[in-house]
Design a protein around this ligand. Structure first.
Ligand code: PGA
Length: 253
C-alpha cells in the first residue's frame, strides 16, 4: 500500500547554521513520533544535502531530498546538478516540477518528463508537483489541467516506474498565500488524479501511489487535510521552516 509522507520544502531559505539548528530541533522533537509507515522528508537546498543528511543520521523513516535536478547526466551545464550526483550522495528523493520551477524557470511538461526519466534511471524517486493557477481554478478547468500535467510528464512511464513516483498536488493559489484548499477541494482533486492513473494503469497501481497535498499546510489544518481518503500526506513550505510547527504537522500524519 501507499505510504504516508510529510515532506518539508525549505526552498531557498536558511543559512547553513540555521538549517542545522532547524533540523536538529525537529529531530529532537519527532525522532520517536515517526511511526508505522510514515516518512518524513527534508527537501533542502543543494549545498545542505550532505550536512543535513549527516545530521539526521540513520533513521529508516527520515530522509533528505533535493528540490530539483538536471535532465542531463553530466557535461557542460554550468550550475546544474544531476541525478547521477544525487545518487552518488545517497539522496533518495527529488522534487520535480514545483510551480516555482514552472513559473520562474520555464519548466514545462516535456522537460519534466525528461527530468523524471533522469531521476528514475538512477533509482531515485521523483516528488512530482502539479497544480493549477488561480485563473484556471476560477475558469473551472482545473481538473483538466492537472490531468494534463500528470499525463505529459508521467504517462510515458511503465507501471513499475510510475509506482516509484510520489505526486504532490499543489494548487498555485494556495502556495505561500495562507489560503489553503479546503479538505474537500484537496480530496476531490486527489481523487481525480488517482482515477486518471487508474484509467491508464489500473486500480492497484493507482492505489499504490502516494499523493501529497501542498499549499499553506500548517499545524492547524494538517489533520483535516490528511484525514481524506486520497490525501497521503503533505508537501509543506513555509511551515516547515519552523521546528515546532513542522513537528505538529508530522504528528498529524
Ligand atoms: P507553502 O508552500 O506551504 O508555503 O504554501 C508549499 C510548497 O510550495 O511546496
Amino acid at each position: 500500500m501507499r505510504q504516508q509522507i510529510v515532506a518539508g520544502n525549505w526552498k531557498m531559505n536558511k543559512t547553513l547554521q540555521e538549517a542545522n539548528t532547524l533540523a536538529s530541533e525537529v529531530m529532537a522533537m519527532v525522532a520517536d513520533e515517526v511511526k508505522g509507515d510514515a516518512k518524513v522528508i527534508f527537501c533542502v537546498p543543494f549545498p545542505y544535502l550532505v550536512p543535513i543528511k549527516n545530521q539526521l543520521g540513520k533513521n529508516s523513516r527520515i530522509f533528505v531530498a533535493a528540490q530539483n535536478c538536471s535532465e542531463h547526466e553530466s557535461g557542460a551545464y554550468t550550475g546544474e546538478v544531476s541525478a547521477v550526483m544525487l545518487k552518488s550522495m545517497d539522496i533518495p528523493y527529488v522534487i520535480l516540477g514545483h510551480s516555482e520551477r514552472r513559473q520562474y524557470f520555464g519548466e514545462n511538461g516535456s522537460l519534466l518528463a525528461k527530468k523524471v526519466d533522469a531521476v528514475l534511471k538512477q533509482s531515485l524517486s521523483p516528488i512530482f508537483c502539479c497544480g493549477e493557477p488561480l485563473e484556471i481554478r476560477e475558469k473551472g478547468t482545473h481538473e483538466q489541467l492537472v490531468k494534463q500535467q500528470v499525463e505529459e510528464s508521467l504517462f510515458h512511464l511503465s507501471a513499475e516506474s510510475l509506482q516509484k513516483v510520489v505526486i504532490a498536488y499543489e494548487p498555485v493559489w494556495a502556495i505561500g498565500t495562507g489560503k489553503t484548499a479546503t479538505a474537500q477541494q484537496a480530496q476531490d482533486m486527489h481523487e481525480v488524479i488517482r482515477k486518471h492513473i487508474a484509467g491508464k494503469y489500473g486500480q492497484p497501481v493507482a492505489d499504490n501511489i502516494s499523493i501529497l497535498y501542498g499549499g499553506s499546510v500548517n499545524a492547524a489544518n494538517a489533520k483535516e487535510l490528511f484525514a481524506n481518503a486520497d490525501v497521503d500526506g503533505g508537501l509543506v513550505g513555509g511551515a516547515s521552516l519552523k521546528s515546532r510547527e513542522f513537528t505538529e504537522i508530522i504528528k498529524a500524519i
